[in-house]
Design a protein around this ligand. Structure first.
Ligand SMILES: CC(C)(COP(=O)(O)OP(=O)(O)OC[C@H]1O[C@@H](n2cnc3c(N)ncnc32)[C@H](O)[C@@H]1OP(=O)(O)O)[C@@H](O)C(=O)NCCC(=O)NCCS
Length: 170
């Protein structure tokens, strides 16, 4: 059954729970996150073939997955979703098996108008409603998303490679 938690209207932006049919758009957003600095490191075929990248969407939606899609004027504009990964197959921002890890992306045409803040705020509400204690993520220190995460209360707890692992206490 799909989760529907915290759906709301916000100034022309419609936020709704991410569903199975959103997989193609979530793949687009995963690629935005993988290619965040503008370098086309990943296309869909490479992401699907890369076990580490693909573990964020492999089998979407699993029973405990949750997420939010923002639509602007009826078009998907951005998404954030979270999934629990395991110590055996961790994400880049892995903290513990019971701490879901976030992925975030906004289509280039819809940036700088609050879409990322909107979907993140809602996915945090979903995590609280599901009684998780923390959310985690991985972000390059140069990514502008870092300031957004800090403004929402995420704090750096470690470094993996060149990226910071950040955690939000819920
Ligand atoms: C980072 C990203 C998600 C921001 O999405 P967005 O919808 O444009 O962000 P918002 O409009 O909600 O902005 C929220 C805050 O993010 C920060 N921010 C976002 N884009 C920024 C930019 N280009 N430069 C500086 N700060 C930026 C600001 O702090 C902003 O707050 P403000 O508007 O009060 O200044 C988007 O640029 C994106 O999809 N990038 C590629 C994927 C990615 O990097 N994902 C995160 C991987 S960890």
């Amino acid at each position: 059954m799909e989760r529907v938690i915290g759906v709301r209207e916000d100034g022309g932006m419609h936020l709704r729970a991410a569903a199975a049919a959103d997989l193609p758009f979530l793949i687009e957003m995963l690629l935005e996150a993988c290619n965040w600095d503008g370098t086309p490191w990943y296309d869909e075929a490479k992401a699907r073939g890369d076990d580490h990248a693909w573990r964020y969407l492999d089998g979407w939606p699993r029973a405990s997955d949750f997420g939010v899609v923002a639509e602007v004027d009826g078009s998907p504009a951005g998404a954030a979703w979270a999934r629990c990964l395991t110590a055996e197959r961790p994400g880049y921002g892995y903290v513990a098996d019971d701490v879901p890890e976030l992925t975030l992306g906004v289509s280039p045409a819809f940036r700088r108008r609050g879409v990322a803040r909107g979907v993140l705020t809602e996915v945090i509400a979903q995590a609280r409603a599901a009684s998780y204690g923390q959310l985690s993520l991985s972000v390059d220190p140069d990514n502008p998303a870092r300031k957004l995460y800090e403004s929402l209360g995420f704090r750096k707890v470690g470094v993996v490679g060149t990226s910071d692992t950040m955690v939000l206490e819920l």
